[in-house]
Ligand binder design. Structure first.
Ligand code: GCB
Length: 910
């Protein structure tokens, strides 16, 4: 056993013996000894500065990290979430064996301001919720065997005008949402007390001739009272564990001092290169030894040799070859966990991005778990990382200082990841320009932003000359251009949404051309583009802003075509890899931004399969998915058959031809257009086996099969004897799958022999540029908002032509014409400034069948209030002419109807 291994084992056992009680499992982090200190913390919320909780101080809860206190309140119907002070408490029992150790507390992330208090003394304050920090707590511990030491971490996610982000389309979950460790270090160790990194920066460089070298820049701390002679040794090991090269350097450390060293490992010949196809990783093991050869500290860093460049005309190049960067941006939250997501689960996102064919990740809008970058290194995903300067700034020296600190922390903590190619520092910083009513003052504000950008740019280039710098802007090109912001970074990112927040999908290409023309020397990346895709909404006639997955598929096709075809576009990052929480949003899924290619719990939507079809180099064929218990097929007046109808079946493939077989019978072969086919298949009620067979260059390239369990929406309720229930999403052209998995079908106006509404109009949001299908306000008390956000108003009746028998009818109403607290969505540029006060609508109506009053004086507002569902259910008998006409008789205002369900109970035998 060599000396290094012996030392590691000794350190390992030492750590194991020292900790008990609240301090748990011992691990090696980056090669050094650390102890997981994430369990058994006591937690409680405190009164915040506004005294909000003064009368209701919370009881202590036991929690472990990762932890967030906003998991539930961001999802409730009350706007806002707890943004205030909290406290975490734990204990450490000191052991004599620690005598010669430094105990460094490492906090992975605490959003947003944290104070570390040991035995009543505050020893560290940290600002910024997305990077780690270290604090040496040794001198504050009572160093007596088994004596209890109290560690308190105060954390608040209050609004603080001096800390970014000030606003944003994401939730600022409070908590210590990454793990906390105790590092057990020698008196001499790698250290970075200021920026929370390990203290070692590794630059691996390789040129076109494949001559490689590694430069090290490190900080060592000597905490002892003696001068010390040390040896720094660094060894490059390949992926198979073979040592490639070792270099050593002697240094003398002054007592009680920090020390910076530089060290070079030159002439590494013909290393294997790192790339998305072959992410070959070496390891660099860097150790400090004392003069007797005892190991004092050890760091293990990945090394990937690659070179890259961005060209304004030709795009991105990796290792001398053109490579289109394609992937997604990522937020870090997950269904039911907020930001407190175990890293094993987070890493799965990268596995999914890779499986999608992606080679690029925009870590947006803030630094994320180091495990994400580790996964990028090992999976071969190029990455950009940025700090959360989003939408706006505060023109204060404190805001600037905190931004500089964040940028330095980010660069130093993530520096050693070969996957990182870009450091970013602003996102859509002119989205929320201050002083809208004072143009002169506003110009000054713009200048402050530009000056801050210049300082951040300089800082970034000083910190790291090997990566590109980037600012991501929104579509208001002229503003960014005229103020000079586009000149500052090496690369400009554009978040473009034509065809979503306004305009047409086809405008995207023109916008790109325009930007390129205006900035011919600036490399360009599409840092965002996306469309809401609520996985519960389907449409056979997708339109902008309907939030259907089908519209999102069209949108992404249009964008991908442009990004892939235009050489000057370095690449694109879809917004977003998965749905994410944005507490203030109230769209079809309140509090969620549904632009993800994956759902919030990371299930693939059809848009994800589209990307696979576009990006995968190996053959790909996939029948799309639906979220419902069953697929919905619709009959219409022309359908010859009863009990069957048409389904637009989505199929995604990169093959040139696909043959479809229904229950073993071929339906023929077709060519996918833009990797997609919406194949109209006639299906009868019940289960069918569908098989898609792909052929490429005349050869079988893949097969996908699925069982389609079909529910038929009958056109003729008399001839079709087998329907049980009719669910209609009134006032809506879309299908909606409710929280029970049941499908609600689009509405239709009545036709003889069928069913539908008589008179009445579909509710539309007024005063907006949206082709919206209803309100975008949260319907309280339900998870099925899209069903109730649409509505028929002014209807005279709803009629079903039925066989005689017994039925049950359910009617759902929600008042949508009422003032709401909702602010315009900032990102929806077409909506800006348009908001008008909505009037309270007074409406009262009766519901009748013939002369029979089913319900009198329905007053939705009076009974349940606005944006809430009133539900009525009635048993009914249909006799005589088999026509069920439910009439809505206005007494005040117009009657409304948001959804209707008809259930068959018993049919009379003729
Ligand atoms: C943007 C923002 C991002 C939003 C996105 C959206 O431009 O940068 O934070 O989430 O648009 O979905 O509107």
């Amino acid at each position: 056993m060599n000396i290094i291994i012996k030392q590691i084992i000794a350190l390992y056992f030492l750590g194991y013996l020292l900790f008990s009680g609240t301090v748990h499992a011992q691990t090696l982090r980056d090669g050094r000894t650390s102890v997981d200190f994430s369990s058994n913390w006591k937690f409680r919320k405190e009164a915040d500065s506004a005294g909000l909780l003064a009368n209701q101080k919370q009881n202590w809860q036991t929690v472990s990290f990762p932890h967030s206190w906003n998991v539930d309140d961001v999802m409730d119907d009350t706007p806002g979430y707890y943004r205030g002070a909290t406290q975490y408490q734990n204990t450490i029992y000191w052991k004599t064996a620690w005598k010669n150790k430094r105990i460094v507390l490492h906090v992975g992330a605490a959003n947003q301001e944290a104070a570390i208090i040991v035995n009543g003394k505050e020893i560290k304050a940290h600002r910024g919720g997305y990077t780690a920090f270290n604090v040496d707590i040794t001198d504050y511990l009572v160093r007596k065997e088994n004596v209890k030491n109290t560690v308190v971490i105060q954390v608040t996610n209050r609004y603080n005008p001096d800390i970014a982000p000030l606003s944003g389309d994401f939730t600022f979950f409070g908590g210590i949402y990454r793990k906390v460790f105790l590092l057990l270090l020698d008196q001499i160790h790698f250290a970075d007390a200021r920026y929370g990194s390990s203290g070692l920066r590794v630059s691996a460089m390789v040129d076109r001739q494949q001559n490689a070298k590694i430069n090290l820049d490190g900080d060592i701390r000597n905490a002892s009272v003696e001068q010390q002679a040390i040896v720094i040794e660094t060894t490059l090991v390949d992926a198979e564990g073979v040592t490639i090269k070792t270099v050593r350097q002697k240094e003398n450390l002054k007592p009680h001092a920090g020390f910076n060293f530089r060290m070079d490992m030159p002439q590494i010949e013909l290393p294997r290169l790192w790339s998305p196809d072959l992410p070959y990783l070496y390891h660099l093991i860097t150790c400090i030894y004392d003069s007797k050869g005892h190991l004092l500290d050890r760091l293990d860093n990945p090394v990937g040799f690659r070179w890259f460049s961005f060209d304004a005309e030709k795009g991105f190049f990796l290792n001398g070859k053109a490579l289109k960067l394609i992937g997604a941006s990522r937020h870090q939250d997950f269904l039911g966990m907020g930001n407190a997501v175990p890293k094993e689960l987070q890493v799965q996102d990268l596995v999914k991005l890779k499986a999608m064919g992606g080679n690029f990740l925009r870590v947006a809008h803030y630094p994320q778990d180091p495990a994400i970058l580790k996964a990028c290194d090992s999976l071969g995903i190029l990455a950009s990382v940025e700090i959360p300067l989003v939408n706006e700034i505060t023109e204060s020296p404190a805001f600037a200082d905190h931004s500089f600190q964040m940028q330095k922390e980010m660069i130093r903590q993530y520096f050693n990841h070969p996957s990182i190619i870009i450091w970013g520092y602003m996102n859509e910083i002119f989205l929320r320009p201050h002083f809208p009513k004072d143009k002169d003052r506003q110009e000054k504000y713009f200048k402050s932003v530009v000056s801050l950008a210049q300082q951040l740019e300089k800082l970034t280039r000083n910190e790291d000359s090997t990566r590109y710098t980037m600012i991501a802007n929104h579509g208001n090109f002229d503003l960014y251009h005229r103020t000079g912001l586009t000149k500052i970074p090496m690369l400009v990112g554009w978040n473009l949404y034509p065809g979503w927040y306004g305009g047409k999908i086809a405008d995207f290409g023109k916008q790109l051309e325009h930007i390129h023309q205006q900035l011919p020397d600036k490399p360009l990346l599409v840092t965002e583009y996306g469309a809401d895709a609520d996985y519960r909404i389907q449409s056979t006639k997708p339109i902008r802003f309907d939030k259907s997955v089908e519209y999102a598929v069209l949108y992404h096709q249009g964008y991908l075509n442009e990004i892939l075809q235009k050489p000057f576009v370095s690449g694109g990052a879809a917004w977003n890899l998965s749905d994410f929480n944005s507490e203030t949003r109230e769209e079809s899924m309140p509090h969620i931004n549904t632009k993800g290619l994956l759902t919030w719990d990371r299930k693939a939507k059809n848009t994800y399969f589209l990307y696979q079809a576009y990006l995968k180099t190996e053959p790909f064929i996939k029948i799309g998915v639906t979220h419902g218990k069953k697929w919905g097929v619709r009959t219409d007046a022309d359908s010859a058959q009863i009990g069957s109808g048409w389904l637009q079946l989505p199929i995604f493939s990169n093959a040139d031809t696909v043959e479809l077989l229904l229950d073993g019978v071929s339906l023929g072969a077709r060519k996918p257009v833009d990797k997609t086919m919406m194949w109209a298949v006639n299906l009868s009620r019940g289960s069918h086996r569908i098989k898609a067979v792909a052929f490429h260059n005349g050869k079988l390239s893949g097969v996908d099969e699925a069982i389609l369990d079909c529910e038929v929406l009958p056109y003729d309720l008399r001839k079709d004897k087998d329907w049980q229930e009719l669910r209609i999403n009134t006032g809506d052209n879309r299908e909606y799958i409710d929280s029970m998995g049941n499908r609600w079908f689009p509405d239709q106006s009545y036709e003889k022999g069928s069913w539908g509404y008589i008179k009445g109009e579909k509710y539309r949001l007024k005063n907006t540029g949206r082709e919206n299908l209803g309100t975008d306000v949260n319907i309280r008390g339900t998870g099925d908002d899209p069903l109730f956000q649409t509505q028929l108003h002014g209807l005279e009746s709803y009629r079903f032509d039925l066989p005689n028998g017994n039925y049950e009818i359910e009617l759902f109403f929600a008042e949508l014409e009422a003032p709401n607290h909702k602010e315009n969505l900032l990102y929806d540029l077409e909506q800006q400034g348009e908001k008008k006060e909505q009037q309270v609508i007074d409406r009262i109506f009766d519901i009748r069948i013939g002369e029979h009053i089913l319900a009198a004086d329905i007053n939705v507002l009076g009974e349940v209030g606005e944006f809430k569902v009133l539900h009525r259910k009635f048993p009914l008998q249909v006799q005589g002419d088999g026509n069920l006409t439910i009439s809505f008789i206005a007494k005040k205002g117009e009657p409304i109807l948001n959804a209707i369900r008809l259930k068959k109970i018993k049919i009379n035998q003729p």
